[in-house]
Design a protein around this ligand. Structure first.
Ligand SMILES: Cc1cc2nc3c(=O)[nH]c(=O)nc-3n(C[C@H](O)[C@H](O)[C@H](O)COP(=O)(O)O)c2cc1C
Length: 475
């Protein structure tokens, strides 16, 4: 492919992540040590243990992937196991012990770099979702579509990225020996940071499907970085800035202007909805001796989420739109949110995963593995810090295109506003029915994609809520 050019081939190495070491224990057992924690990796042959010792400085991946020797198979399993726990990084280097071009930091559990051969007749271009940023003193290349982030160690890697703003074939990249060429581009393409173009077709249309074409850069980045499953950054209530800044006060300090004391004028003490709102609270512990019933689920979904009318409208600008209204408001009557129920315990309904068909008012079973079902329910239990799993975990999934087909600039923000609207609707219907409910702040978009088989950018998890029979509501 690049035989007529002088660029030196680069080597892809698998290397233990920073702060990770491998300890050999009695009987050929390996254990990884990291952050004051350890991971038992199993028993290995003497040949595999000898090769595994190269892991600290970098193990050439091509040999491990291509060879069928028993120790290579063992090493493949070892790398996969370490990668699943985020303990491996990959490096594209100029030979073992040579200078690194990039360090590849896996962001997804099943990511493994793949040095595919690129078609020399095609032109490649950078994804419109890719971006470079400074992290500490490193330059990082990221893309919300990618399973890995690239730490650029060589200024020429940044030059190659800059050149790929315009579609280029391999032959159109500089041919100096040290310029990151075929292997670097192959990794970018494998990771969806760059893609092959089609002459005569717009770049936006060449990259992915019609649904991807509807996404804007900031929306896709926000979706991927503010959920779990497609990045490896720490998330959750980590109080990361507590040492730097005091907590902002719970109540805003009053403005200095004159105040009209409303309490002397009117209150909502005679309002049924105000009473319902005040009764609502988050319930995290459910009574498994008296689980929620199928009849309650049916009434709950009918009240909160069922399609109440369907119509076609001609908008002021002449566009004809189809609307399927539900009991809550939705910007532009988009109604893009779908409800999926992961059922652990429900009287009259088998444990499993279901889509709520809001038109038919029906639950449609979706086949998932027991592990996936457990994982989504466990995530809810973990997020609530609850002693037992929730009886039902509801995932709100957005059919993003319903919103982004019409709205530019704030499509994803609108989706999240809708999630809030639906959460409160579910809370209030649950309260009225004396059921327990608790909103959950974050979900795993990759897990949901694997459970449904739907690409994360087409119909993706954006909100979660647990429901069931609250313990104190048992008579
Ligand atoms: C968007 C949103 C996300 C939330 N995420 C979580 C969560 O992940 N875990 C949890 O235990 N509670 C969660 N809650 C519940 C809040 O902790 C709760 O609403 C708050 O403490 C006030 O209590 P109340 O709902 O009982 O009035 C969430 C609430 C909202 C609205």
């Amino acid at each position: 492919m690049s035989a007529d050019r002088s660029r030196a081939p680069a080597l892809l190495l698998a290397k233990l992540g920073p702060g990770v070491s491998l300890d050999e224990e009695a009987g050929g057992v390996l254990r990884a040590r990291f952050d004051r924690d350890t991971l038992l990796l199993g028993k290995f042959s003497a040949a595999a243990l000898c090769r595994a010792s190269e892991f600290a400085k970098g193990l050439p991946l091509s040999a491990v992937v291509e060879n069928e020797a028993p120790e290579d198979k063992e090493l493949r399993g070892l790398i996969q196991r370490l990668a699943l726990h985020g303990l491996v990084e990959y490096r594209l280097s100029r030979g073992t012990g040579g200078r690194d071009i990039v360090v590849i930091e896996p962001q997804m559990r099943d990511y493994r770099p793949n040095l595919q051969k690129l078609d020399a007749t095609r032109r490649f271009v950078l994804s419109r979702f890719a971006y470079l940023r400074r992290r500490g003193e490193d330059l990082i290349l990221e893309c919300p579509l990618a399973g890995a982030a690239f730490r650029l160690c060589d200024a020429r890697a940044a030059s190659a990225i800059a050149l790929l703003a315009t579609p280029r074939s391999l032959a159109e990249l500089p041919s100096e020996p040290d310029f990151p060429g075929d292997e670097f581009l192959a990794l970018l393409v494998d990771c969806r940071i760059a893609f092959a173009t089609d002459p005569g077709k717009a770049l936006r249309a060449c990259e992915g499907d019609e649904d991807l074409a509807l996404w804007e850069f900031h929306d896709l980045l926000f979706h991927v970085r503010s959920t779990n499953g497609r990045h490896a950054n720490p998330t959750g209530g980590l109080y990361a800035h507590a040492d730097l800044v005091p907590q902002p006060p719970a109540v805003r300090p009053a403005w200095p202007g004159p105040a009209i004391e409303l309490g002397k004028i009117a209150d909502a003490s005679d309002s049924a909805i105000a009473a319902l709102l005040r009764r609502r609270r988050s319930e995290r512990i459910f009574d498994d001796a008296h689980p929620i019933t199928l009849a309650e689920v049916a009434r709950f979904l009918d009240g909160a989420a069922r399609i109440v009318s369907r119509q076609r409208l001609i908008e002021a600008d002449g566009e004809e739109i189809e609307i399927a209204a539900r009991p809550y408001p939705s910007g532009g009557a988009s109604y893009e949110l779908e409800l999926y129920l992961a059922v652990d315990k429900c009287d009259g309904l088998a444990r499993g995963f279901y889509h709520y068909d809001a038109d038919r008012h029906a639950l449609v079973a979706i086949e998932v593995t027991q592990r996936q079902l457990e994982a989504i329910i466990d995530d809810g239990q973990f997020a609530m810090g609850a002693p037992r799993p929730p009886q039902i975990m509801i995932t709100m999934a957005a059919r993003f295109g319903r919103v982004s087909w019409k709205y530019s600039g704030f499509a994803y923000a609108l989706v999240l506003k809708h999630v809030g609207v639906v959460m409160q609707t579910l809370y209030l219907v649950a309260t009225e029915m004396e059921l327990g409910a608790c909103a959950i702040g974050v979900g795993d978009i990759d897990l949901f994609a694997r459970m449904t088989g739907l690409p994360f950018h087409v119909e993706g998890a954006v909100g979660q809520m647990a429901i069931g029979r609250a313990v104190q509501n048992v008579s």
